[in-house]
Design a protein around this ligand. Structure first.
Ligand SMILES: CSCC[C@H](NC=O)C(=O)N[C@@H](C)C(=O)N[C@@H](CO)C(=O)O
Ligand SMILES: [Fe+2]
Length: 273
């Protein structure tokens, strides 16, 4: 078997390993775990750590995602990183059903730009392609660690135990701040060839996965920060909003300042009709 033990899918055809695990080196930071919490971990309205199956059980309207057309997956190399507050980062990401050469090329290009920009993970919307695709390598160096590709991922279980970790995001250059997330996740996804698999992640791989999975839901890391942490990066966020306005000539589609005011109003009991 060519793949490191920590990433061995729980249920998967043996044949998918080469495409799931592109560079088989055993990294000590990863380990496989076998016990999970069955509960989701809702931290606040914005912090939805609820597995898809649990949402369905509660009777929420769980719609099938729209399928991406060939045009939706078209790209031009070299890829560029889309920065906050570009609305592409909040747009809906379509499900991939074509596991073709174009997809493989897109994955190659995503790894390229991820390494060039000192990333450890990257989601397709961050390069302007609104589809459910992410790549990551928690080691962050070409030729080291594991290159992971996940298509149409779903989370079936989050651990109740959470951890605080200082995250950065390629779409927010130079901004780092603490984000609380579950320590472990169980994931169902497809590999680059379209084969389904299930995998458990913990530690840094679970962190990177959840960061990228959020991107696929249009959730950005600051959505999950506490008020205090958000305040500490608010000037940097406003600088990005101004950069966007200067570059595009358009008003920023979102503003951290008005969001803060809305939260203050809500806390004071206003803003309810
Ligand atoms: C901890 S999850 C971060 C994932 C993120 N992916 C996309 O936005 C990412 O790669 N962020 C980088 C800024 C990052 O974390 N880089 C590493 C390695 O340089 C770092 O420690 O800054
Ligand atoms: Fe990010």
């Amino acid at each position: 078997m060519a793949c490191a033990a920590w990433l061995q899918p729980i249920s998967s055809p043996h044949a998918i390993f080469p495409s799931l695990c592109r560079r088989p080196i055993f990294p000590a930071i990863f380990h496989r775990f076998t016990t999970f919490s069955s509960a989701g971990q809702p931290l606040s309205a914005a912090n939805r750590f609820t597995p898809v199956h649990a949402q369905a059980k509660r009777g929420s309207s769980l719609k099938e995602d729209e399928v991406a057309s060939a045009a939706d997956v078209e790209f031009e190399a070299p890829l560029k990183i889309v920065e906050y507050p570009d609305p592409i980062l909040r747009a809906k990401n379509k499900r991939i059903e074509s596991f073709d050469e174009n997809l493989k090329k897109l994955v190659e290009e995503m790894f390229d730009i991820m390494y060039k920009t000192d990333g450890i993970g990257l989601s397709a919307p961050q390069v302007g392609i609104n589809v459910q695709l992410m790549v990551f390598n928690p080691v962050g160096e070409r030729g080291e660690g594991e290159e992971i590709v996940l298509v149409n991922p779903r989370v079936s279980r989050y651990s109740q135990k959470t951890r605080l970790f200082e995250e950065g995001c390629l779409s927010f250059p130079g901004i780092y701040a603490d984000v609380q997330r579950p320590e472990t996740v169980k994931i169902d996804a497809r590999d680059i060839s379209g084969a389904r698999f299930t995998v458990n992640l913990s530690g840094l791989p679970a962190r990177v996965f959840q960061h990228e999975f959020d991107h696929l839901q249009g959730i950005l890391f600051f959505d999950r920060m506490t008020e205090g942490v958000l305040e500490s990066i608010s000037e940097q966020l406003q600088a990005l909003e101004k950069k966007y306005e200067d570059k595009t000539g358009l008003p920023s589609p979102e503003r951290i300042e008005s969001r803060k005011r809305m939260k203050l109003k809500a806390a004071a009991g206003f803003g309810k009709s």
